[in-house]
Design a protein around this ligand. Structure first.
Ligand code: 13P
Length: 255
């Protein structure tokens, strides 16, 4: 089936891999995926490996670089922070924002994530903005309320043009690293709900152009079924992105 939007599959390496391990992984992916043209492929290593991974993919036609976070500020006295322009120096194209781990451990708010998304666009980086409910929220019947609040808050202030260049990642917290994937029906339902929010906040045309990734225990075995859903436009992969075989198989099974 021809998809309406081009698939984008990104590996979020989280706090894994030394520089040497990162180079090994990306070189393996280059070899395995050299002929893949149908999908946008993104790798998101730790900051410390960006420079070397960037060099490794200089001659790659299809693998692009992403970061896992950035500051909402452009420059100045913000110890420990990294600005968008600094990421640009390593040819970073994408940046994951508001991952549930950052929402949980760093207490990132929707308002902060929205400021980061605007700063990313100002530097011509494409944000991957993460949303998703916890198990308690889902079981309490709050999924739609949570998604609506996160989508509205984290994307506040973006223009239609910026929204079209933004990727939304639906990552139900209960499916991250747990081996419990959302069923394809659950994923489709949440993605369609998110797209309906985008219609309300922007317009029909914009909403139709935005790519919504699914994240949470994506593996080679479930990738085809998930990617086959009409509103699922890619994947944000954690654990299975840490090995060449499993990440390459997810991509191959998605085409
Ligand atoms: P897992 O694929 O390990 O469940 O992680 C998903 C995730 O958090 C990607 O950002």
């Amino acid at each position: 089936m021809e998809k309406e939007r081009r698939l984008i599959i990104a590996g979020n390496w989280k706090m894994n891999k030394t520089v040497a391990e990162s180079i090994d992984l990306v070189n393996g992916l280059k070899r395995e995926l050299a002929n893949v043209k149908e999908v946008d492929i993104v790798v998101c290593p730790a900051y410390t490996a960006l420079s070397e991974v960037s060099k490794s993919i200089l001659d790659s036609q299809n693998i692009r670089l992403g970061a896992q976070n950035m500051s909402e500020n452009n420059v100045g006295a913000f110890t420990g922070e990294i600005a968008a322009v600094m990421l640009k120096e390593f040819s970073v194209r994408y940046v994951i924002l508001g991952h549930s781990e950052r929402r949980q451990y760093q207490k990132e708010s929707d308002e902060l994530i929205a400021r980061k998304a605007l700063a990313a666009h100002t530097a011509s980086l494409k944000p991957i903005v993460c949303v998703g409910e916890t198990l308690a929220e889902r079981e309490g019947g709050l999924m739609e309320k949570v998604l609506e609040t996160q989508v509205r808050g984290s994307l506040a202030g973006l223009s239609r043009e910026q929204m079209e260049e933004t990727i939304v990642a639906y990552e139900p917290v209960w499916a991250i690293g747990t081996g419990k994937t959302a069923s394809s029906a659950q994923a489709q339902e949440a993605h369609a709900f998110i797209r309906a929010q985008l219609v309300k906040l922007f317009d029909e045309t914009t909403a139709r152009r935005v790519r919504i990734q699914y994240g949470g225990s994506v593996k080679a075995a479930n990738a085809r079924e998930l990617m086959g859903q009409p509103d699922v436009d890619g994947a944000l992969v954690g654990g299975a992105a840490l090995e060449v075989r499993s990440f390459a198989d997810i991509i191959k099974n998605s085409i």
